[in-house]
Design a protein around this ligand. Structure first.
Ligand code: HEC
Length: 218
């Protein structure tokens, strides 16, 4: 009988302690078995602070601080002569000309170095899906991404450079945006390389300049 009463009392205590006060609110501090990092010496935003004369944690902006980043008024902050580089060459940054049409050709000079930059960035950012030859046979195809188109169909060959710039900048459907990963010049360099890949698949021996024919054994 003694055991029965002891077990019964234990049972009642266990039930009440586990279920009894669920949902009850208390203003008392909970028991901290593992305080982790709940208590630290730190200044909370907009908190009170006796050290400073104005009694605030937040410090005012230092006089002469220059605002930077989005929305800053460059002409007011820096100089009235400030010219936004984007306004000097809109096609370079938007892929569109003054009439809002996609740019054809390149707003920058295409040099050998520029092509090499394009090849490098293409290999890093695009080849996984589009394949080293631009035929859409990248490694992601093996993992079920069959939607990647080849660059060698007539539609993408005929596409304006500016529209490709837009696709790289903002992405399209399953293709993510690369605007934050590639600077505008780098995007144009990648487009030059895409054009080179297209040419490489759609050309005949007559298009090879005379001086390079011996190199190819012709
Ligand atoms: C994650 C895989 C993936 C990567 C990486 C990728 N693409 Fe794509 N790309 C796609 C897919 C999928 C489409 C088809 C989008 C659609 O039309 O639905 C596409 C479409 C395109 C098109 C055709 C756009 C059109 O309007 O039809 C171009 C051009 C292109 N990509 C260029 C690039 C370039 C340049 C890069 C590298 C900066 C790149 N892609 C990186 C998957 C990718």
């Amino acid at each position: 009988m003694r055991y029965f009463i002891a077990i019964w009392i234990f049972g009642v205590v266990a039930v009440v302690s586990i279920l009894g006060f669920r949902g009850a609110k208390s203003t008392r501090q909970p028991i901290y078995v593992f305080p982790d990092m709940d208590w630290q010496a730190k200044y909370l935003p907009q908190g009170e602070n006796k050290f400073f004369a104005d009694g605030r944690n937040d410090r005012p902006v230092v006089p002469g601080t220059v605002g930077r980043g989005y929305g800053s008024q460059m002409k007011e902050v820096f100089s009235a002569d400030y010219v936004d580089p984007v306004s000097l060459n809109p096609p370079m940054y938007s892929g569109k000309d003054a009439d809002g049409e996609w740019v054809r050709g390149f707003p920058v000079e295409v040099t050998d170095e520029f092509m090499q930059l394009g090849q490098q960035k293409f290999t890093i950012f695009c080849a996984v899906c589009h394949g080293a030859a631009g035929d859409g046979n990248g490694v992601t195809k093996q993992f079920g991404m069959a939607a990647t188109p080849t660059y060698h169909d007539a539609r993408i060959r005929g596409m304006a450079e500016g529209e490709i710039f837009n696709t790289i900048t903002h992405g399209k459907n399953l293709m993510g945006a690369y605007g934050m990963k590639l600077r505008p010049e780098e995007r144009w360099a990648v487009i030059a390389y895409v054009r080179a890949l297209q040419l490489a698949q759609q050309t005949s021996i007559e298009d090879v300049p005379e001086q390079f024919k011996p190199e190819l054994g012709l």
